[in-house]
Write a new protein. Structure first.
Length: 125
């Protein structure tokens, strides 16, 4: 099974790539130096790690995404739901809403998402 969990720094790094892709690896190094305070070796180590996990690719010195931000977020969400709530979205929502009161707008948004999904919206893999 693919490891979809991105740590805080992995996520910040990924955001830089998603915002600038396709991006030359040399430019990514400079960006990470100014934005994250990283050395060149740190950038390439992180890039190699995320390429091995199938999220990005570095082809001919140009870095691009193999998975979109939304795909990674979706996979991370599913993994969290599985690990924490045995895959039960209703259990998650019950736990969340016991601590946070949803606004009528949020309830309407959730109902719309559920309606779209029930009508053959985006697949659930």
């Amino acid at each position: 099974m693919m490891d979809w969990k991105l740590g805080k720094m992995e996520l910040r790094f990924a955001e830089l790539i998603w915002e600038g892709e396709p991006i030359p690896s040399g430019e990514l190094v400079k960006l990470c130096q100014t934005q994250l305070g990283w050395k060149k070796s740190t950038t390439y180590t992180m890039l190699r790690r995320l390429c091995q996990r199938g999220i990005f690719q570095n082809q001919d010195g140009v870095v691009s995404a193999l998975l979109s931000r939304r795909e990674v977020e979706g996979q991370q969400s599913r993994a969290f739901l599985q690990d924490t709530f045995q895959g039960s979205l209703p259990r998650f929502l019950a736990a969340f809403t016991s601590q946070v009161r949803l606004t009528p707008e949020e309830v309407a948004q959730l109902q719309e998402i559920i309606r779209q999904n029930g009508e053959g919206g985006e697949p659930r893999d």
